[in-house]
Write a new protein. Structure first.
Ligand SMILES: [Zn+2]
Length: 766
C-alpha cells in the first residue's frame, strides 16, 4: 500500500564523521577501515562474503519472478494469492531455506453493490470500471479483478448535495468554515493526496457529512504530470485508486486488536467496529468525477484547491446532488504469510528480519511485486552463499506477507501472535514494498542511521556508477536551500534518514513491538499513475518502471548487505549519536511550534479586534473571520530538555567508547554478548506499555503515524499531537512521561558504554 514517496535525504550535523569511505574512494584505498562492530579479521572475511553476495542477484531472475507473480490478480482471498504463496514457499525451500506458511483469518470485505449517480441538476451514471487496454495483455482479466472500491467502507445508501472539500484534511474544513460552507448532511468529494485516504471519510464524518467520494485528479497523477497509460506512465481517465479506509486507532485485522487472528481467536463483532468508516466511501476516476464536479455551483474554490480538469472548480453545496450506494460482503478470509529462515550459527535466538508483502489490489507488478522480487533474490543468493560455506551468526528470517493492502494484516497478525518472542529476539526489521528507478529512499530508526549510510557507500548506483550514497549526497547538495546546508552536506557526515510513519509492514514491528526498523526503496525517476489500479502490471512495469531491473538488483544488494552485516557483527552496529541528534531536533521543533502557535493566536485575536478580516474581503462575497482562540499556555519543557541533554551526553560517551574498542582491533566476546542484549533492547525501551493517549496499540514514544495524516509521521507523538489538537493540558502531562522514556534510554546507553569501556581495558591488557 506504500504510496510513492517524497523522501529527501538531508544531512545532520554529526558528532563524529563517518569512518567508512565512499564507494568511489573505497576502490582506490588499499585497506578500508574495519566495519563497525567487527574485529579487523572478521571485517575482512565479512567484506569478502558481502561482495560474493552482491554479485549474485540477477536481473533476469527478477524479471521472471515478476512475470509469474503478477500474471493474474492476487488480492486477499483470490486463488492466485494462495498460488503465489505456495510458489514462494517452494522457491524458498528449493534455495535451502527452512520455510513454512503461517495462515491467519481476517475480515476482508469485498464489493457486493456499488452505485454512484448524479441526480440533479442533470443526470449522469458513473462507470466505476477500468476498461482493458489493447496493448496490455493482463488488463482484460476482468472476471478476476476486484472491482474499484475502498475496503472497510461501511454499507450505506445516501442521496445528498455534493460539496468539494479539496483533499478533505482538517485544514480544508477550517477553510470551508471561513467560506461559510458546512458539509452537514452533504456528500463530500475529495481528491486523493494530502493524507492517507482513510483520513478523508474520518474527517468528513466528524464534520457531519453522510457520504464520501475520493477521486484521482489529473493534477496529481494524470495528464497534468505526464502522458497517460498506455502512451505514458500516468493515470488514464478511467484509472481508479483502490485502497483501505479504516480509522487510525490500530493496525491489522479490525476484529482482533493486539492479538493474532488465528482460527479460533476471539473476535470483536463487525457491527460498530471502531476501524470501519462511519459513512460510505467510494473511489472514482477523473473520468467519472468530471461531470460531478462540473455540476457543483456556489463559490469558486481557493486557488490551491484547483485541480487539472478543464472546468471551473466550485465548492457547492449543490445544486449537484448525488446518490451513493455501497455494500460489501463481510467475509472472513484466510491469508498466507510465507516465512523462511536461515538459522544463525552462533546466536540463533537473535533475529534479523526482512519483509515485503506479496498480495496486491489487482496484478500489482510495482506494488508490491517489484519489492518482493528483490527479497526473493536476496533469499536465493544467501541460500547460494550457505552452499559455499557461509553461516550467518544470527538467524535471518524472510517474510513474504499477505494481506498488506487491506491494513497490514499479514505482518500485524504475525507480529501480534509472536510478540513475546519477537520482543526478546528481534534485532532489526528491514522492509520494502515497491521499487523504481532513481535514489534510495531510507526511512527508519535513527539508531540505524549510521549503519545504513555505511551500507549505501558500498553499493554502486547501477546507472551512474557512483555509490548509492554519493548519488544521494550530490542530489541533496543540488537541492540544498542555502550555503550553510551545502557546506554541511559536503563536510561528510551521514545522510539523514527520515522517520517512519505508516503505510507498510514495518508499522507493527516498530510501533507495536518496538523493533528497530527500516524501509528501503529506489524512487524519483520512474513516477506514474497506476497505483492500485488494474494497470499496475507487468506491461506497465517493463515499459515505464525499472524496465531492465537494475534497480531491483541494487535494492537486493543494499538490503542483503544490510542483513548480512547486522547478522554477522560481533558487536551490533547500532549507533546513538545520530539518534540523540535527531531527538534533539524534535524537542526543538516542539518548542518552536508552541512559540509559533502563541504568536499566531495573539496576532489573529489582534486582527479580529482591528476588524482586519472584514475590511480586506470583498463585501459581496461571504467570508467568516476565524474564531477567537485562547492563547496557548507556556508548557514546562524542562523534563524533556534534561532528558535530551542526558541522551546527548550518553550517546557521545558511547560513540567514544565504541571508537576506542574498534581501535583495539578485536572484541572480548563475553562483555560484548551483554552489550548486544542491551542494544537489542534499546528500541524496545522507546515504547511504553500504555502506548499513546487514545491509541494504546501504538507504543513507540518517538515515532507514530499521525492520527490525522496516516502516512505522515508524528515524532514525539504523545506531546506533538496533543499540541496540534490544542490539548495543552494533555501535552503538559505527557512531557514528563516522554522524558522518562528518554532518561531510561540514556541509562541503557550508559550501561552499554560502561561495559564497552571495561572490555576495551581488558582487550588492551591482553
Ligand atoms: Zn504495497
Amino acid at each position: 500500500m506504500l504510496l510513492a514517496r517524497g523522501t529527501a535525504l538531508g544531512l545532520l550535523p554529526l558528532l563524529a564523521a563517518s569512518t567508512t569511505p565512499g564507494f568511489a574512494q573505497a576502490a582506490t584505498e588499499k585497506e578500508p577501515a574495519a566495519l563497525a562492530g567487527y574485529s579487523t579479521a572478521a571485517s575482512a572475511a565479512e567484506r569478502g562474503w558481502e561482495s560474493k553476495f552482491r554479485a549474485l542477484p540477477s536481473t533476469d531472475n527478477l524479471r521472471e519472478y515478476m512475470r509469474h507473480l503478477s500474471a493474474r490478480p492476487h488480492n486477499v482471498g483470490s486463488p492466485y494469492d494462495k498460488e503465489n504463496a505456495e510458489w514462494i514457499l517452494a522457491h524458498f525451500k528449493e534455495w535451502g531455506l527452512d520455510a513454512e506458511i503461517e495462515t491467519f483469518y481476517v475480515l476482508f470485505p469485498t464489493p457486493r453493490e456499488r452505485a454512484l449517480e448524479l441526480v440533479a441538476p442533470t443526470t449522469f451514471k458513473a462507470k466505476l470500471q477500468e476498461p482493458p487496454v489493447a496493448v496490455d495483455p493482463t488488463s482484460n482479466q476482468q472476471s478476476e479483478q476486484l472491482p474499484t472500491y475502498n475496503a472497510y467502507s461501511i454499507d450505506g445508501d445516501v442521496t445528498a448535495p455534493l460539496v468539494y472539500v479539496n483533499q478533505g484534511v482538517r485544514s480544508d474544513y477550517e477553510q470551508l468554515d471561513r467560506m461559510g460552507i458546512s458539509v452537514k448532511g452533504a456528500i463530500v468529494i475529495a481528491r486523493y493526496g494530502g493524507a492517507w485516504r482513510g483520513i478523508k471519510p474520518k474527517v468528513a464524518a466528524e464534520h457531519g457529512a453522510v457520504g464520501c467520494i475520493i477521486y484521482s485528479d489529473p493534477r496529481d497523477d494524470g495528464y497534468s504530470v505526464g502522458d497517460t497509460f498506455p502512451n505514458g506512465a500516468y493515470r488514464p481517465q478511467d484509472g481508479v485508486q483502490r485502497g483501505a479506509v479504516t480509522d487510525t486507532l490500530y493496525e491489522g485485522d479490525p476484529l482482533t486488536p493486539g492479538y493474532g487472528s488465528t482460527k479460533d481467536a476471539k473476535r470483536l463483532p463487525i457491527k460498530d467496529n471502531p476501524l470501519i468508516t462511519k459513512i460510505p466511501v467510494l473511489p472514482i476516476s477523473y473520468g467519472d468525477a468530471q461531470p460531478l464536479l462540473a455540476a457543483i455551483g456556489g463559490q469558486a474554490v481557493p486557488p490551491a484547491w484547483r485541480g487539472g480538469l478543464p472546468i471551473t472548480y466550485h465548492v457547492g453545496p449543490g445544486p449537484a446532488k448525488v446518490h451513493l450506494r455501497v455494500e460489501s460482503n463481510w467475509d472472513i478470509k484466510p491469508i498466507y504469510d510465507v516465512i523462511a529462515r536461515i538459522p544463525g550459527s552462533e546466536f540463533p535466538g537473535q533475529w534479523i528480519l526482512r519483509g515485503n508483502h506479496h498480495d496486491a489490489w489487482v496484478n500489482g507488478a510495482e506494488d508490491p511485486i517489484s519489492g518482493q522480487v528483490a527479497l526473493l533474490e536476496e533469499a536465493r543468493s544467501m541460500g547460494e552463499l550457505v552452499k559455499q560455506g557461509w553461516r550467518p551468526k544470527r538467524t535471518i528470517i524472510f517474510c513474504a506477507w499477505d494481506g498488506e493492502e487491506p491494513g497490514l494484516l499479514g505482518s500485524t497478525e504475525w507480529v501480534e501472535t509472536h510478540q513475546d518472542e519477537l520482543r526478546k529476539k528481534a534485532v532489526m526489521y528491514v522492509n520494502s514494498d515497491s521499487n523504481g528507478r532513481g535514489f534510495l529512499g531510507v526511512e527508519g530508526s535513527h539508531t540505524l542511521e549510521h549503519f545504513i549510510n555505511g551500507v549505501m557507500r558500498d553499493v554502486p548506483d547501477p546507472e551512474t556508477k557512483l555509490s548509492v550514497w554519493k548519488r544521494s549526497q550530490l542530489r541533496a547538495i543540488a537541492n540544498a536551500r542555502n550555503e550553510s546546508r551545502r557546506q554541511e552536506l559536503r563536510s561528510r557526515g551521514d545522510l539523514h534518514i527520515e522517520a517512519l510513519g505508516s503505510g507498510s509492514d514495518y508499522t507493527p514491528f516498530l510501533d507495536f513491538a518496538g523493533i528497530a526498523s527500516m524501509n528501503l526503496g529506489f524512487y524519483g525517476e520512474s513516477g506514474g499513475g497506476i497505483y492500485h489500479s488494474v494497470y499496475d502490471d507487468f506491461y506497465w512495469y517493463t515499459h515505464f518502471g525499472d524496465t531492465d531491473f537494475v534497480y531491483g538488483r541494487a535494492l537486493a544488494q543494499v538490503s542483503g548487505t544490510a542483513l548480512m552485516r547486522m547478522a554477522d557483527a560481533e558487536l551490533l552496529p547500532f549507533g546513538f549519536h545520530d539518534f540523540a541528534d535527531t531527538v534533539h531536533s524534535y524537542v526543538g521543533e516542539l518548542k518552536d511550534y508552541l512559540k509559533a502557535q502563541q504568536t499566531d493566536v495573539e496576532e489573529t485575536n489582534k486582527e479580529l479586534d482591528e476588524g482586519v478580516f472584514t475590511a480586506v474581503v470583498d463585501p459581496k462575497k461571504s467570508s467568516i473571520p476565524p474564531p477567537r482562540k485562547a492563547v496557548p499556555p507556556y508548557l514546562n519543557f524542562a523534563p524533556l530538555e534534561n532528558a535530551d541533554a542526558a541522551l546527548t551526553a550518553s550517546a557521545l560517551r558511547y560513540t567514544r567508547a565504541l571508537s576506542l574498542a574498534q581501535g583495539a582491533g578485536e572484541f572480548d566476546p563475553q562483555p560484548v554478548a551483554r552489550i548486544n542484549e542491551l542494544l537489542i533492547e534499546s528500541e524496545r525501551k522507546l515504547t511504553t506499555q500504555a502506548g499513546l493517549p487514545g491509541r494504546p496499540w501504538f507504543k513507540h514514544q518517538i515515532y507514530a503515524p499521525g492520527a490525522y495524516t496516516g502516512y505522515g509521521v508524528k515524532t514525539l507523538p504523545a506531546v506533538r499531537e496533543a499540541m496540534e489538537q490544542d490539548k495543552w493540558k494533555e501535552a503538559d502531562d505527557q512531557i514528563p512521561l516522554v522524558a522518562k522514556v528518554l532518561e531510561d534510554e540514556a541509562a541503557l546507553i550508559e550501561q552499554a558504554t560502561s561495559l564497552l569501556e571495561a572490555s576495551s581495558k581488558t582487550a588492551s591488557a591482553k
